[in-house]
Design a protein around this ligand. Structure first.
Ligand SMILES: Cc1cc2nc3c(=O)[nH]c(=O)nc-3n(C[C@H](O)[C@H](O)[C@H](O)COP(=O)(O)O)c2cc1C
Length: 240
């Protein structure tokens, strides 16, 4: 199986430690590709909207985005990690997620995403892990991923792993191991079941694209929906 990891920080801190612990059951069975931000996507989206209007290949950062996207599409499991920075995901992770705006469901979602699983690993000192996880989950779910596991925690007493109380370290390790076991048990040969909420979101987007098609004003997005047969009977979660 293939795992693609996007790390929202280059720091080898607590988030890194937890991610490494999560990977333990996968190390001998998976081909793991990791990206570290901002190193692997050091540029911001400038809002030119070229990805939406003319195609993602016209983005000034296409070389970074294309490499990461190829890896995401090939992955059986996507892992996204980020500590909480001012109650949210790191700026580097947000900058990457902005670049994938064109992959949101109302635009040009990748069919591969609908059968995928993902895990979000986040932690903070006191508060903000929940909103950090939500920042990432928002994009993943609108990319079409239904099965998303979340690890979130607040360290409370220190920010350095080795300085945390033993009780805290044990609890964090136990909880991340539990999530890892849950995801290691999955048969990745079978695509994940698409949830009802994902199907409802898709239906809403389809309704919009149908209207656009009818108006005759359809651009790249509408053409993409037509080509995939989604304005007819085909659906991204139906395997041919
Ligand atoms: C810029 C910045 C902002 C932060 N904002 C928060 C915050 O809003 N809430 C919180 O509990 N911790 C906050 N922290 C602390 C980190 O989330 C915490 O130390 C975390 O354990 C760092 O993870 P790391 O070791 O993987 O870098 C912030 C840290 C930085 C550097």
């Amino acid at each position: 199986m293939k795992i693609t990891i996007i790390n929202g920080t280059e720091k080898h801190g607590v988030t890194y430690k937890l991610k490494e612990q999560f990977l333990q059951p996968f190390k001998s069975i998976a081909e793991i590709t990791e990206y570290y931000l901002p190193k692997d996507c050091p540029s911001f989206c400038v809002g030119c909207t070229s990805c939406f209007m003319k195609g993602e290949n016209t983005c000034k950062d296409f070389s970074y985005i294309n490499a990461i996207e190829k890896s995401l599409l090939e992955a059986d499991l996507v892992v996204m990690t980020s500590p909480a920075y001012v109650m949210h995901t790191t700026g580097a992770m947000k900058a990457l997620l902005d670049h994938f705006g064109y992959r949101w469901m109302p635009h040009r979602p990748a069919p591969e995403m609908f059968g995928k699983r993902a895990v979000i690993i986040t932690q903070c000192l006191g508060a903000g892990a929940k909103s950090t996880a939500k920042d990432i989950k928002h994009s993943l779910s609108w990319w079409g991923i239904s099965k998303i596991g979340v690890f979130k925690s607040a360290l409370m007493n220190d920010i350095i792993w080795d300085k945390l109380s033993e009780k805290k370290r044990k609890r964090l390790t136990k909880n991340i191991n539990k999530l890892a076991r849950k995801f290691a048990k999955i048969n990745y040969a079978k695509p994940a079941r698409t949830k009802l909420i994902t199907k409802i979101k898709f239906k809403l987007c389809r309704f919009i694209q149908k209207k656009v098609q009818k108006s005759g004003m359809g651009g790249l997005d509408c053409k993409y929906w037509q080509e995939h047969g989604w304005l007819d009977k085909n659906r991204p979660w139906k395997r041919k």
